[in-house]
Design a protein around this ligand. Structure first.
Ligand code: ZN
Length: 281
């Protein structure tokens, strides 16, 4: 990442907290499986596995977030917004952030530059039809490219959340502008734990949710010592299952019990990071 013109995290982004937690969801639904092959559209079982996210996972997640009074960020592919506008509207009505997760959920490094720009614009158009002007972007499979990164600021995107070279927010210079980076890592992603799909390239594993909760809590506990940003990433079609919802709730309860951890929506945190910069930090 040395080619990225990045700058250290802004001072004061944590406020009084020792760590900041972002609860994020990648609302993929059928988009990744359709991107892997159109033939999956005829595969009712696989399509229904993905539809579990909008039909069951999202309402269950919204209920959990409401009970705990935690605001979250949902990264939504344009294809999901088009197929499932109702659940996206419910997410917005509940006060959560909707950000962009590409359009077709194809892997950006496999697309030409023109295809990447077209995919970004299609995704923005799909969210715009639901009244959303996203402030954030997350690349499918966390495979961001320079081409797509460079295109983000001109579309009003203020932050990305796809890179892994820090565990604190930082800023990336793009032409005359800067955007915030809110870094992620596989250790805080449910995909590595639960993704079981027909294509082995996508994932075939089912871990014990109790063990998963221990991994996530251990990460956050250590991040309180390093003053880090803890970005939990879950997928409604994976973590919406009953025992896996317990893992998220266990993690949220642990974060609350710490007493020195702050929850945030990604867009709000990114504005703090960028505000410090604009004040001449
Ligand atoms: Zn995704």
């Amino acid at each position: 990442m040395s080619e990225l013109r990045s700058r250290p995290p802004a001072d004061g982004w944590r406020g009084d907290a020792r760590a900041v937690v972002l609860i994020t969801f990648d609302f993929d639904a059928e988009a990744p499986i359709l991107a892997e092959g159109e033939h999956y559209a005829e595969d009712l079982s696989t399509m229904s596995h993905q539809a579990y996210g909008p039909k069951i996972g999202v309402p269950r997640i919204l209920d959990l977030l409401a009970r705990h009074e935690v605001e979250a960020t949902f990264f939504v592919p344009g294809v999901t917004a088009e197929r499932w506008p109702g659940p996206v509207e419910k997410i917005l009505e509940a006060g959560h952030e909707v950000a962009l997760h590409g359009h077709s959920h194809r892997r950006l490094p496999r697309l030409s530059q023109d295809e990447q720009v077209a995919d970004l614009e299609l995704g923005l158009g799909a969210l715009a039809r639901l009244g959303v002007s996203p402030k954030g972007y997350r690349a499918p499979y966390w495979q961001l490219t320079q081409t797509t990164l460079d295109a983000l600021p001109q579309h009003g995107i203020r932050y990305d959340s796809s890179l892994m070279d820090d565990d604190r927010p930082y800023r990336i210079a793009i032409s005359e502008r800067e955007i915030a980076e809110l870094p992620v890592h596989w250790s805080l992603d449910d995909w590595e734990q639960y993704a079981f799909l027909p294509d082995p390239d996508i994932g075939q594993r089912i871990e014990n949710p109790r063990d998963v909760a221990e991994i996530w809590k251990g990460e956050l506990d250590a991040m309180r010592q390093t003053g880090s940003l803890c970005v939990l990433t879950c997928h409604p079609f994976l973590s919406g299952r009953p025992s896996r919802m317990r893992a998220i709730e266990d993690f949220v309860n642990f974060a609350k019990e710490c007493g020195d951890v702050r929850f945030s929506r990604a867009d709000r945190l990114s504005e703090i990071v960028l505000q410090d910069m604009e004040e001449g930090d």
